[in-house]
Every structure is written in C-alpha cells, then in structure tokens.
Write a protein that binds this ligand. Sequence first.
Ligand SMILES: NC(=O)c1ccc[n+]([C@@H]2O[C@H](COP(=O)([O-])OP(=O)(O)OC[C@H]3O[C@@H](n4cnc5c(N)ncnc54)[C@H](OP(=O)(O)O)[C@@H]3O)[C@@H](O)[C@H]2O)c1
Length: 156
Amino acid sequence: MIKFIVAIDEKNGLADDNGIPWDLPEDKKYYRDKIKNTSVLMGYNTYTENKSPMSGKLTYVASRESKQLKDGFISVTDPAKLLDEIEEDIWVIGGAGLFSSLIDKADELYITKLEGDFSCTKFFPDYSKDFELVSESELKTDNSINFRFTVYRRKK
Ligand SMILES: NC(=O)c1ccc[n+]([C@@H]2O[C@H](COP(=O)([O-])OP(=O)(O)OC[C@H]3O[C@@H](n4cnc5c(N)ncnc54)[C@H](OP(=O)(O)O)[C@@H]3O)[C@@H](O)[C@H]2O)c1
C-alpha cells in the first residue's frame, strides 16, 4: 500500500519559501505515530530540513542524481520504480514536488486539512477527481488553528 501524508491549508498549500508556516503539535504527533514503523520516501528539499530519520524503518530520499546523504538516509533516483517494486507499505511524506510527480501511484492520502489561507507558495496536487473521502475527524483546534484529519482512498 502506498500512502501519502500531508497537512494542507484551504488552498492546498503545504509550505511557503521558509518551510511549513504553522505549528500543530497534535498533527506532528499524529504524523509520527503513523510513520513510526514503516518505510518512508521524501523529496530532496524536505530531506534538507531533517537532521535524522524519523521512521523506525527505511528512509528513502528522491533526487535525480545519486547523492551522498546523512546517516540513515538512502538515495533513490527513480522513486516511481521504487514504489512499483516495493512489496511492503510505504509512506510518501512530501514535499510538493515529490507529491506532484508521484500522485498517480498513491492508494491512500492522509490529509490534515487546516482552515485558513497561510500564503503558501508550494501546493499539494489536485486529488479531487481520483480519490474519495473515507474518513474525517471532528474539528480540532491547536494554536488557534482549526483542522481535521481526513483519509482519502483511490476510487475503484
Ligand atoms: N505540509 C506538509 O505536510 C509538508 C510535508 C512535507 C514537506 N513539506 C514542505 O515542503 C517543502 C519542500 O517541497 P519542495 O516541493 O520544495 O521539495 P521536495 O518535494 O521535498 O523535493 C523536491 C526534490 O525532490 C527530488 N524529486 C522530486 N520528484 C522526483 C522524481 N520523480 N524523481 C527524482 N527526484 C525527484 C528532486 O531533487 P533534485 O533536485 O535533487 O533532483 C526535487 O528537486 C519544504 O518546505 C517542506 O517543509 C510540507
């Protein structure tokens, strides 16, 4: 199963030029709990914001060139092939460029939806056509931001 996990604002924004423009401790905990025992795949720009791997399993980093990475990270130059061939579950954890290039491979999307417009410059791709909502939490509030945890599954 190929699962994407992301937090987006009401314009599908996921980051501005300085990174993620909100701080939601409850969402961070949700994210850590989800990915902790599963392999993950991230884009090179997201990798640069991480000091060490967060998942207890393999942490792949997509880049068009094979790169020397910090300890615990594995370079992949063809992430689509990795997703086609991998037999275990994997989380694709962003950012925008990686999500856009691999959205056709996703089975499920775990989307934390924030109310409001955070003036993002990087966006999650359109998923409305190919995915349907399968679960949605009650409205939550953290640091005065309202949000919900949602799960979408690829339409049959
Ligand atoms: N809100 C959220 O939930 C969330 C989640 C994750 C990340 N983010 C944020 O997103 C921002 C980064 O997003 P971004 O779009 O700038 O970068 P990104 O997606 O993290 O990384 C883009 C880079 O990944 C590599 N890449 C992407 N697709 C590839 C493919 N199909 N094949 C080979 N390599 C591929 C390329 O690296 P090379 O240029 O080296 O070839 C590309 O330049 C960060 O600020 C991060 O904090 C937000």
